[in-house]
Design a protein around this ligand. Structure first.
Ligand SMILES: NC(=O)c1ccc[n+]([C@@H]2O[C@H](COP(=O)([O-])OP(=O)(O)OC[C@H]3O[C@@H](n4cnc5c(N)ncnc54)[C@H](O)[C@@H]3O)[C@@H](O)[C@H]2O)c1
Length: 263
């Protein structure tokens, strides 16, 4: 029985206008949380919040770039004012790209690292400041990836950003433990979201594949459970990590990949 297990908890989900973040936001709200839907895409964020409210849940939408510290600070302060605090933050916003190892230049590295690495660090720091001041603990959950556990030759820079998310998760767990704040990560495998539309174009641009969908098919061959994930496959473990059921877990990166990377 999980219904209501997040009742009254104030949860923030970044990158929640789409894909995995949207599914997490919807699931947390169904479990009783007040959800702040945070995204660069203002309209998309409001659509998700409106869907949650129509389903009987509580949600607000906020436009925010996770790489912009001032914007993150202002957004989190507005959320705290509006919902009486901050209990859980999912640092999920991220971008991806397929690019062969020898083709990665500084601008490609910087673009991905700015959002996936620095964005997570900034959100952890700004949420941490608030949670420490509140003095009632909290939970941070970062979206890493299988690419945070294995480096892929067609995604060297993306893999580096996701290894950095795992590193920040471990460092944050150590930094915040004495304040009763846990920090964990989720490592999804292949999840069918809008993000893959761009990746399929990249695959074809570099001549790695010939048609849309082929990239995902090739990447998916090693999934033990024999299918790709839906965003909802990630939402269940996310809700567990947001709940008190996971209170004795910190510093961990949970594979939610249908059995691709076995640890
Ligand atoms: N889809 C997959 O197969 C997969 C696998 C492993 C990990 N991931 C990770 O999961 C997370 C979500 O991916 P998704 O597949 O749902 O992608 P998506 O593209 O569907 O959603 C990402 C969302 O993040 C938002 N966003 C991007 N940059 C932002 C910024 N600077 N500030 C605020 N919001 C921003 C986008 O507007 C979008 O709504 C990412 O961190 C991604 O790296 C995805």
């Amino acid at each position: 029985m999980t219904a209501g297990r997040l009742m009254g908890r104030s949860c923030v989900v970044t990158g929640a206008a789409s894909g995995i973040g949207r599914a997490i936001a919807v699931r947390l709200a169904a479990d009783g949380a007040r959800v702040a839907v945070v995204d660069l895409d203002d309209e998309g964020a409001w659509r998700v919040a409106a869907q949650i409210i129509a389903d009987g849940g509580e949600a607000e939408a906020y436009e925010c770039n996770v790489s912009d510290r001032a914007a993150v600070r202002t957004t989190l302060e507005a959320i705290v004012d509006g919902s009486g605090g901050l209990d859980v933050i999912f640092n999920n916003a991220g971008i991806a790209e397929i690019r062969p190892f020898m083709e990665v230049e500084e601008e490609h590295w910087d673009r991905l690292m700015q959002v996936n690495g620095l964005g997570v660090l900034i959100c952890m720091q700004e949420a941490g400041r608030i949670m420490i001041e509140q003095g009632r603990g909290g939970k941070m959950i970062n979206t890493a990836s299988i690419a945070g556990k294995e480096g892929y030759e067609i995604q060297p820079h993306y893999s580096a950003t996701k290894f950095s998310v795992v590193a920040l998760t471990q460092a944050g767990a150590r930094a915040f433990a004495t304040h009763g704040i846990t920090v964990n990560a989720i490592c999804p495998g292949i999840v069918v979201t809008e993000l893959w539309d761009g990746l399929e174009e990249d695959f074809m641009r570099f001549g790695i594949t010939e048609r849309p969908g082929e990239g995902m098919e090739r990447f998916s061959e090693r999934i033990l459970l024999g299918r790709t994930a839906s965003p909802e496959d990630i939402a269940g473990p996310a809700a567990f990590l947001a709940s008190t059921d996971s209170d004795y877990i910190t510093g961990q990166s949970l594979m939610v990949d249908g059995g691709m990377v076995l640890q």
